[in-house]
Design a protein around this ligand. Structure first.
Ligand SMILES: Nc1ncnc2c1ncn2[C@@H]1O[C@H](COP(=O)(O)OP(=O)(O)OP(=O)(O)O)[C@@H](O)[C@H]1O
Ligand SMILES: [Mg+2]
Length: 333
């Protein structure tokens, strides 16, 4: 049995028939998934030109490789146009990516992502958010935005939403309000591809924060494929149940060759009558940082913003915590 990486490496040796470059050179393997039970490989391949003759050529080359040479039973391949030159992934764009990850759900990733974006903005940085939590996207709610389809240009580029100067794209905008997300593998990978290839992010964007789903899985693999340079910030609560899994998430990110930039302990304590109460225990953030050999960059207490659903202003103490965190992240970059 071949691993996904092995199969991907073999596919990347094939050439894009329209320009004779290997798929490795063009970054043409957009998505790969292997269904081990059914022995089927599902692919999304980006080609520089998608005329029928090129698709046919590619389908034959893939079928030969996947079925004959590697012995898989089935192959499903979809093709799409490579639009790398003007995308945010092009080499000329020097965007820095920060992924916000945790092991456990509900520890505050999305809240941290959104507040960090505002803190970056306050510090004069142009920032965007990709809500990559495909099944449980929540950034639009956190930012108190209407959920509607984004506008699309004539050549099918998606215009990101702009909230208070922060650019944002989320799966939630593409969903019908009453329909659950039924996508699996390929569609999901494709959605992330669109976020990177087909969204008209501003030319001067400096940072993109990526709100990741809890745990490890397909999305993590796709992010690795699209932005291996993405550095990871790990969010945990002080509780052992969260910190234990956060450590795992950190190791998983490292296994995918992402650099860890540090740990945020969220819901770290509660201040009542000037007294600090450690509702969810203590020490989780420190434990995670030590085990992952990285730094605890911030401890964010439990609290509710005064004038917003989820975003703290720079006048509030927790707002200052976020500014401090943003400052540390900017300094190290
Ligand atoms: N420091 C905090 N103080 C009080 N409430 C908080 C804090 N951080 C997050 N919350 C609340 O906890 C809940 C979960 O937060 P959030 O959605 O950011 O977590 P998440 O890790 O993104 O969750 P999911 O795994 O579902 O994506 C939200 O209701 C949020 O408002
Ligand atoms: Mg979330």
């Amino acid at each position: 049995m071949y691993t996904t990486e092995e199969v991907k490496a073999r596919i990347e040796e094939l050439k894009d028939p329209s320009n004779e470059k290997t798929l490795k050179e063009t970054g043409g393997v957009k998505h790969i998934e292997i269904d081990e039970e059914a022995n089927i490989v599902t692919l999304i391949i980006g080609l520089e030109k998608v005329e029928d003759e090129y698709k046919k050529y590619m389908t034959r080359a893939l079928a030969k490789l996947i079925k004959l040479d590697l012995g898989f039973t089935g192959l499903k391949a979809e093709f799409e146009l490579l639009k790398k030159s003007d995308s945010i992934l092009s080499k000329e764009r020097k965007v820095k990516y920060i992924g916000i990850a945790s092991g456990k759900g509900g520890v505050g990733k999305s809240t941290v992502t959104a507040n960090l974006a505002y803190a970056f903005k306050t510090l004069g940085k142009k920032v965007g958010i990709i809500d990559a939590d495909i099944y449980g996207s929540s950034i639009p709610t956190i930012l108190d935005m209407d959920v509607k389809m984004p506008n699309v240009t004539k050549d099918e580029k998606i215009i990101p939403f702009n909230k208070d100067g922060i650019e944002l794209i989320s799966t939630e905008f593409f969903l019908q309000p009453d329909k659950p997300l039924m996508w699996r593998g390929p569609m999901l990978g494709k959605m992330l591809n669109h976020f990177f290839y087909d969204v008209l992010w501003s030319k001067d964007i400096e940072y993109i924060l990526v709100d990741l789903p809890p745990g490890t899985g397909d999305v993590a693999m796709d992010i690795q494929g699209l932005i291996p340079q993405c550095e990871m910030l790990i969010v945990t609560t002080p509780h052992p149940s969260a910190s234990h899994i956060a450590v795992k998430a950190g190791f998983a990110a490292e296994q995918l060759k992402h650099k860890l930039i540090g740990v945020v302990e969220n819901m770290s304590h509660f201040i009542h009558n000037d007294e600090q109460i450690n509702i969810f225990g203590e020490g989780g953030g420190e434990i995670v940082a030590t085990k992952l050999k990285t730094d605890l960059l911030a401890s964010i207490p439990i609290g509710q913003p005064k004038n917003h659903l989820s975003i703290f202003s720079a006048e509030e103490e927790i707002g200052l915590d976020y500014l401090g965190l943003a400052n540390k992240l900017l300094k190290r970059a």
